[in-house]
Design a protein around this ligand. Structure first.
Ligand code: TYC
Length: 102
């Protein structure tokens, strides 16, 4: 056409991009050896839960194998995972904590 002589495809103003940063779920995994009270203490110490909340989430992990314990920015999620893994290692418990993009 007169304004597009070579008939190149022109895309005008696609969806406006709302640049929200991605969020990451922090997951706690069950195992057969970490004491229940240690997991409760982890959830209180690093995830700001009260004792009742922490006990409830610990039982969910114990019964279902895994639970989301929080949702954070990439940097905060990485810090939480590192804190939990360090604390578990210091106490020689095999507790595993991971993160995944929401
Ligand atoms: N399954 C463990 C036990 O019976 C308790 C436990 C709960 C371990 C949650 C890990 O993320 C966990 N002692």
């Amino acid at each position: 056409g007169p304004d597009n002589d070579d008939q190149t495809t022109v895309i005008v103003d696609t969806k406006p991009k709302s640049k929200r940063p991605p969020l990451y779920k922090v997951l706690l995994l069950n195992d057969d050896y970490t004491p229940m009270e240690f997991v409760v203490a982890v959830l209180e110490r690093f995830f700001g839960m009260n004792h009742a909340q922490a006990f409830e989430i610990m039982l969910t992990v114990h019964k279902k194998g895994v639970a989301v314990v929080g949702v954070f920015s990439h940097e905060i999620a990485e810090t939480k995972v590192a804190q939990v893994m360090d604390f578990a290692r210091q106490h020689q418990h095999p507790l595993q904590c991971t993160m995944e993009k929401e």
